[in-house]
Design a protein around this ligand. Sequence first.
Ligand code: ADP
Ligand code: MG
Length: 728
Amino acid sequence: MATLRFKAIAETFNRKPQPVTEAERRSAVFGSNTFNQSAMRQYLTKSSYNAVMAAIEKGEKIDRDVADHISTGMKEWAISKGATHYTHWFQPLTGATAEKHDAFFETTSDGQAIEKFGGGQLVQQEPDASSFPNGGIRNTFEARGYTAWDPTSPAFVYGTTLCIPTIFVAYTGEALDYKTPLLRALQEVDKAATAVAKYFDKNVTKVNATLGWEQEYFLIDKALASSRPDITLSGRTLLGHSSAKGQQLDDHYFGSIPSRVLNYMRDLENECMLLGIPVKTRHNEVAPNQFELAPIFEEANLAVDHNSLLMDVMDKIADRHNFKVLFHEKPFAGVNGSGKHNNWSLATDTGVNLLGPGSTPMKNLQFLTFFINTLKAVNEYEELLRASIGSASNDHRLGANEAPPAIISAFIGSQLTSVLDQLEKVKSGKLSPEDKTDLKLNVVGKIPEILLDNTDRNRTSPFAFTGNKFEFRAVGSYANCANPMTVMNAIMAKQLKDFKEEVDSLIKGKKMKKDDAIFNVLREYIKDSKRIRFEGDGYGEAWEKEAKKRGLSNNKTTPEALKAKIDKKSISLFEDLNIMSKVEMEARYEIEMEEYAMRIQIEGRTLGDIARNHVIPTAIRYQNILIKNVRGLKEIYGKDFKSYATEQMNLVEQISEHIANINKGITDMIEARKKANKIEDAEKRAKEYCNEVKPFFEVIRYHCDKLELLVDDEIWPLTKYRELLFTR
Ligand code: ADP
Ligand code: MG
């Protein structure tokens, strides 16, 4: 049934051009659909405005009657933007965002209709949330979870709905979403980092974690994408022979953006501007039809919300342009996959980037303090960091045939390496005035303010220092950034707390000067965290061996990787910092294991269906054509026919072999799935899916892809790689 495929292609070329309206000046519309400071000033009384600002800046609680005022102002503003409904917008553990729309409209007892939205509805709601994953925390029949307003992320109007960013928690207090633990981690890193930053500047009262994500994605023609059941159901191609041309010519990367795609990007960026998502950069990526979008960095909680919102907006705008966006980490075999680099740093309320080298020795000591503490934190918790980015789809990048590897290491560049080497030699105990002058002049004072050009060269490192921030590159393109950001900020909080304690005890106990104490602790940290530093090629086999010697983890699959989420060390980390309890962590672990198994199950079923319903019948049809041909040749040439029919008979045989192998693969895979499905325990089931079911994918695919090369193109039912990747 090639009709589907050809219909899809025909639709593609008959598509109507999308009109794109020219944007107003971006700065003028930026954030105009968000309830930002200027909207609040206009729609709120001074005291309500101050209450929201105090909640944002100092985490203060908002009183119920103040909330009534705020909700009224917010409603008026939203209606002025065309909103008719409102929703609590939250991020349940499905990875997607969730919303349930309610109209502002209400009727009164005397039958009048009014627009209503009270403080109660702003502050708290009870979505019937029984079918969101909860890892057994809530009995489903109870369905008692509630959403609560997060004033630090501004409400926004999206379409005709006022969206209020919220957390989602069970009545018993456990977090059921991504945002709650993130907010707790951010609070902890703020406390710990502020205390350390005060060593250098007493005026610091708050430290924000900053995040600038870079979103990679594929943009595929919608008609072509929907002609592929595998893309539709699993977000990636489960089979398909490589196109003769892929990315080998490097002619796509940073090339001129195809005009249809550019129209999409413009439309998307305009929507982002309205929603206050500060997108800035766009370009082609390495693989054909792969692109990237990056914003200006923001406070981490807001940046996480913006990324989740962006993915939703991208989907919707793509639809308008007859595209489908693929966020899957590896939608096509043989060409690059997609990631979502998380650029992370810490910034003070005095405007200082704590991971940015400064112009004086003192500023640089501050920089080194935060820099070295980051390395120490990553060294201590490398395995947890790896766990934070584990998913069935990201497994195709990490530790598969593509970088970054599943081993976490940090790249810092040669200049900083030499600085750390020198600091490591600092004598222990109190420093003499000469030593200190020497250090300040020749080591700390010599760090150039702009390191950017010298540090961003190693593209194979999963965690690289890029001049004024660390770039966590192993995050998957499909992932919610909250997971890795919760871990990153939690481990940093813990590390900075420990650091402060150690420095203070040297100051008090050993009567050391502050600088001496800091140098002494940093020296030990440099020694302790050496194993995490790696400047070489992260893709090579040599690194795997070396990393093993160093005792670094190399968890290639999600079920292996997730283990670290519930080990003793991680549980005590999160419990000590009040970020998550053991119960919450175990629930999440179970949810992720379940999700893993389900994703592999869906892929397995889809692959089996396509292979049995599309590939094999087509191969048989083609084989019948060949057989008919051979019969015809025999009729004409009698017993000499063989010399005319060698190729055809050869093909008939090959086709039968491939069909037999596919059939066996599917049958065995189904057996393996049945076995896996009987396993009650989520962890064991995930492992079974990983080790016993997934391996059949490759076998089945191999033979299907071989058939794709043999069978007449005209009857091949599936849109091919060259069509998916080179239609634009
Ligand atoms: P690339 O990695 O492609 O070379 P850039 O160097 O332009 O990209 O920056 C990547 C991202 O880093 C951008 O989203 C940018 O906003 C972000 N970024 C820059 N400074 C910081 C910071 N201090 N904290 C967090 N993110 C930052
Ligand atoms: Mg980058």
